[in-house]
Every structure is written in structure tokens, then in C-alpha cells.
Design a protein around this ligand. Structure first.
Ligand SMILES: [Zn+2]
Ligand SMILES: [Zn+2]
Length: 288
């Protein structure tokens, strides 16, 4: 049975290959649909975001691929859009006339270093722990509350179709544990965040990147959060956050097995241009 993937980078951002290479691989693996979500431009430059002037070429290239491969696979145009606070997100006029099939809304930056540099929580661990100390005084509750405050603001301001790697703030826990995600205060924050996600009808992606890249056992989001997502009937999809063509279905089967064990019976994906609940097994989705 086939898989699909709607969180994919390419060489317009920090992905390692041209958009077509991911599609050729997807067709080879029997995917019926594929979605691109390069890191959208930001108001400052980073090593991994698309530059503002590249956006038209990205959109045009995917449009051409849609046409070229229309008999073989459905192609969807998305962007992984950072929410930085009120100053930048999909609500910004920069995105006003951009036609997309969907967005992945993600938080990679939380506030600034004292010198004004934006602080990423998704980079090297030295950078993470430096910001944790300088901006948040190593106070885990302050940091985590701020992170989820941004997630919630993003939902209200940007209405993303998909919430990207919901609990990414735990990423650096694997090297130096600083967060116990079973503590009451943390669970309360998640509960509130999930209620807002449910009210706004966003899809939560189950992101496998930490598993295949860093050998984590835990997905984004982790298992107990997925249990709450199931209880609240929030739709989910499995995404690999691919940066290489070989990663397009990396650990999809692993994620599917976990979702099955929790009781999920369908994944919400774009099919024939409509968000559709597709039944799945550990070996793929039931597309027809
Ligand atoms: Zn991301
Ligand atoms: Zn990504």
C-alpha cells in the first residue's frame, strides 16, 4: 500500500535536491500524492529559509511539476511558514497573494537574544542551551509557556492547515534532559493548546524526523499527547519532514504502528484537492 507525505523541503530552502527528485522518488514508491512545504521566507536571512525573491520561482516550478506528472501523481503546493509573533506569520501582507493548497505552521524561533538576534530552538544544542540561559534564565516553565503561547497565537492569527512538529520544544531533551513532559503544568498547557487546535479544525502532523534522524523513539508529538489528540477527535497525518528524496516515507510505518496502537483509524490527507479521511494500516493508506 502507498504512503503520502505533505511535509517536504527541497533546494529552494535547506532540502538537498530539486523538487522533481522528490516527486520521481514518490512515483517510484507508488505515492498517489505529494506535497511540498519548503521553509517560507522570513524578514531576515537564515541558512534554511527560502529567500523572499525565490518564492515566485518555487511556486512556478511546482506548478510545472503538477502539470508534467498529472497522470501519475497529485502534486500539492504548500509552505512551512514560521510564526515569529505578531510581526511575522502567514497573516503578514507578504503572503497576501500567494496561492497555496495548504500551509504547515511551525515555531522554530522563540524571541531574541539580548543582542537582538532571533533565537532558534531547532538548531545546534549549544545555541539552544545558550538561549535558554540568556533569554529564559534556564526556567523551563517560562520557556515552554512562551513556546506554546506562540503556537496558540499562530493558530489564531495564521490558521495553518497543519500544525508542524507540535512539541518540538522537547527536541534537545535527548542530550540534556530539561523538560519532563509528564508533569502536570506541562500537560495542562498541552490540553489548552489541543482544545484550540480542535476548535480551529487544524490537522496535527505526526512528524517522524526525530526518529530517523536522531534515533529518538518519540515522535512529534509524543505518545501521550497523541492519546489526547485521539480523544479530542483531532485529525492527524504522518509526515517525514523530508530533506532528502530518500526520506519521503522515512519511519511512516513506525508512526502508523504507534497511531494504530492508540486507536486511530484514519489519516487526513489532500486527495483530489479535498481534505479526506483515509483509512490506513502499518503498510500504507487505503487511497481508493
Ligand atoms: Zn520545521
Ligand atoms: Zn520542515
Amino acid at each position: 500500500m502507498p504512503w503520502v507525505n505533505f511535509h517536504s523541503h527541497c533546494h529552494y530552502c535547506d532540502g538537498k535536491a530539486a523538487p522533481e527528485a522528490y516527486l520521481v522518488k514518490a512515483i517510484e514508491k507508488g505515492f498517489p500524492a505529494y506535497g511540498y512545504s519548503s521553509h517560507a521566507p522570513l524578514p531576515f536571512s537564515t541558512k534554511w529559509n527560502m529567500k523572499q525573491e525565490q518564492l515566485p520561482a518555487y511556486l512556478e516550478e511546482i506548478k510545472l511539476l503538477k502539470e508534467k506528472y498529472k497522470e501519475k501523481i497529485q502534486v500539492y503546493t504548500g509552505l512551512e511558514v514560521d510564526y515569529l509573533g505578531r510581526s511575522w506569520g502567514f497573516h503578514n501582507p507578504f503572503f497576501k497573494n500567494i496561492k497555496l493548497d495548504y500551509t504547515v505552521g511551525s515555531i522554530h524561533f522563540v524571541d531574541h537574544f539580548p543582542d537582538g538576534r532571533p533565537w532558534t530552538i531547532d538548531g545546534a544544542s549549544e545555541e539552544f542551551f545558550r538561549g535558554f540561559e540568556l533569554i529564559f534564565n534556564n526556567n523551563v516553565q517560562k520557556l515552554v509557556r512562551r513556546y506554546y503561547e506562540l503556537v496558540k497565537e499562530m493558530i489564531i492569527m495564521d490558521h495553518p492547515s497543519i500544525i508542524g512538529h507540535l512539541d518540538k520544544i522537547k527536541m534537545h531533551n535527548r542530550l540534556k534532559p530539561f523538560l519532563d513532559d509528564q508533569e502536570g503544568w506541562y500537560m495542562d498547557i498541552l490540553e489548552e493548546t489541543l482544545d484550540l487546535i480542535a476548535d480551529n479544525k487544524c490537522i496535527v502532523e505526526v512528524n517522524t524526523r526525530g526518529v530517523y534522524r536522531y534515533g529518538q523513539t518519540d515522535l512529534y508529538p509524543g505518545k501521550w499527547i497523541l492519546g489526547r489528540i485521539r480523544q479530542k477527535k483531532i485529525p492527524v497525518m504522518i509526515n517525514s519532514d523530508a530533506h532528502l528524496p530518500d526520506e519521503i516515507n522515512a519511519k511512516h510505518a513506525y508512526a502508523a504502528a504507534i497511531l494504530k496502537s492508540i486507536g486511530f483509524d484514519s489519516l487526513k490527507i489532500l486527495k483530489d484537492n479535498r481534505w479526506t479521511e483515509c483509512p490506513f494500516t502499518e503498510s500504507g493508506i487505503i487511497w481508493d
